[in-house]
Design a protein around this ligand. Sequence first.
Ligand code: IMP
Ligand code: MG
Length: 182
Amino acid sequence: MSDTALPPGIERILYTEEQVETKIREVGAAISEKYRGRDLKLISVLKGSVFFLTALARAIEIPIKIDFLAISSFSTQPNAPGLVRIAKDLDESIQDQDVLLVEDIVDTGFTTRYLLQTLAGRGPNSLGICTLLDRTSRRLVQVPVEFRCFEIPDRFVVGFGLDYKQLYRNLGYIAVMDPHRL
Ligand code: IMP
Ligand code: MG
């Protein structure tokens, strides 16, 4: 696709739809291998991770369950790290299950760490992280990412579930966004 054909604000495509799908199949195969014979549940965070969750779930060859939660972020002061709370909880218990938290992106790590701490308190048999995108250059708190599709540069990205002001989640590719071009 030539740049002129890209939607407003989209600077360039970072990963094409085909690259994303190929990578998700690889990660799905690795997850199937690791969790074969166990009780795997994928937990997705609304709304951004839903696109990745459904693609990943179809790339996994073993029986799995899925559940969702929603969070909302807020700040006590401008420029302070965002605080997070659960706005919609899981429907079912995760006790004694093998749980994979499915994330769209791990950036500073604050959101993921909060979710891990919350889920760890509910007695899962194991708890891992699988993320579509990982931006380790901006990490402020360490979180153990076990499966990831892409390590990305320090640029704002959209597509495959990731949004800019709720826009562009439905792009099949992952693209660098420059809001000044909107
Ligand atoms: P963290 O708590 O800093 O790791 O932030 C994670 C959340 O910030 C993600 O779940 C996204 O909602 C959002 N986010 C971080 N970077 C981007 C990006 O490049 N594009 C879209 N959303 C992002
Ligand atoms: Mg978002």
